[in-house]
Design a protein around this ligand. Structure first.
Ligand SMILES: [Zn+2]
Ligand SMILES: [Zn+2]
Ligand SMILES: [Zn+2]
Length: 373
């Protein structure tokens, strides 16, 4: 998800929604404008069509079909424990098999289920409702008020688009609150940073200056009008990260993700939004330049232990020698170091959430307790 409001050229200070929504809306508007220009009779692409095009585009670039990709795992080494990622992931958020740290963000996976970032009319209504207040907070330089509005918006967004954020936000209220706080703080810092706003204005101008060519369904941005905008977006991103680092916001990330990883997650949003509108050579160049291409290795058969998630009761394949892992279905960080425990009520086997000695049994809902060692 995007952590920066408008970072990728969305709006001109009048709207509140996070970057990705802006980008998609913008790309759609551009295509509509192109349609007017050329008076061609083709219907405007829906968001899902655009995102499907993005997925196809990525398949072309990587030479892998969506089905085949499940046989690959992104090459990643854990920055916390040094473990190599071995088990397949279901989401774009790559958590370490050994310690449960967030270690990477898989751009291809993010593009497989792109609609998950679209919150729909309920969210847009909230944006409309809060627009006037946000505008007022902006004019009166009321940071606290602006932050409170952002917090509401991001909280709703996380609720409506659970697949756009880490699965850990699903069942862990503390994680979710920290994530919302981190995103709302980033947005507020950017909002009241003069240089950031200058760069945002420049991005907007450059987006408006993009020229379109081609025929439906492949209408693309002209290279020479896209790349100057891209460069400004990168400058804006780098400036933003320097300020966020300075103000301690980078350290607020709920997964304690390293700065380079946070940056990659942010840039990924921009790329997802723009991929469907680029020519193949530009798409490739963008993915290369942003470091999103990544290396993938074929999944090797691995000996794992069957575990049962203490959060949802689902089966987990746990790495031998692992200490903690994230259940990708419910987001619980599960202790895989200690043996499983039978629920005293239903006798079901449970691997406890890390750091917890009591849990509501996912099978019978009675309280289950960890045995004393
Ligand atoms: Zn690790
Ligand atoms: Zn689970
Ligand atoms: Zn039970």
């Amino acid at each position: 998800m995007s952590i920066f409001k408008k970072i990728f050229g969305g709006g001109d200070g009048k709207e509140n929604d996070p970057g990705l929504m802006d980008i998609i809306k913008q790309a759609k508007e551009m295509q509509a404008a192109f349609q007017d220009q050329t008076k061609q009779d083709w219907s405007q692409m829906s968001n899902s069509e655009m995102m499907a095009a993005a997925t196809q585009n990525i398949e072309m670039l990587t030479g892998q079909k969506a089905e085949a990709r499940t046989a690959f795992v992104k090459k990643t080494t854990c920055h916390t424990c040094g473990g190599a990622k071995t088990l397949p992931t279901k989401t774009a958020y790559v958590y370490c098999d050994f310690c449960g740290s967030l270690t990477d963000y898989d751009f291809q996976k993010a593009c497989e289920n792109p609609q998950s970032a679209m919150p729909g009319p309920a969210y847009e209504e909230l944006v409309r409702q809060t627009n006037a207040d946000a505008q007022l907070a902006r004019q009166t330089k009321d940071r606290d008020k602006f932050f409170a509005i952002q917090e509401r918006l991001y909280d709703r967004w996380v609720e409506l688009c659970p697949n756009a954020v880490s699965p850990r936000a699903k069942k862990d209220p503390e994680y979710r609150a920290q994530l919302v706080k981190y995103m709302a703080t980033s947005a507020t810092v950017n909002e009241f940073d003069a240089q950031y706003q200058e760069l945002a204005a420049k991005v907007n101008e450059q987006v408006r200056g993009i020229q379109w060519e081609g025929m439906f369904p492949r209408v693309t941005a002209k290279s020479e009008t896209f790349w100057p905008m891209f460069d400004t977006v990168i400058a804006q991103l780098d400036h933003s990260f320097a300020v966020l680092k300075d103000q301690g916001v980078i350290d607020m990330h709920p997964d304690q993700a390293p700065q380079s990883l946070q940056r990659r997650m942010a840039i990924s949003m921009f790329c997802q939004g723009w991929l469907p509108t680029l020519q193949e050579a530009d798409s490739e160049k963008m993915i290369e330049k942003t470091g999103l291409k990544g290396e993938y290795s074929k999944l090797e058969p691995t000996e794992t232990d069957l575990r049962h998630c203490g959060g949802c009761g689902g089966d987990l394949n746990a790495m031998k020698g692992g200490k903690k892992m994230v259940c990708e279905d419910c987001g619980t960080v599960v202790d895989i170091e200690h043996p499983e425990v039978n629920c005293i009520n239903c006798a079901g086997l449970i691997s406890f959430p890390a750091g917890k000695n009591r849990v509501q049994c996912p099978y019978c809902l009675a309280e289950a307790q960890r045995q004393a060692w």
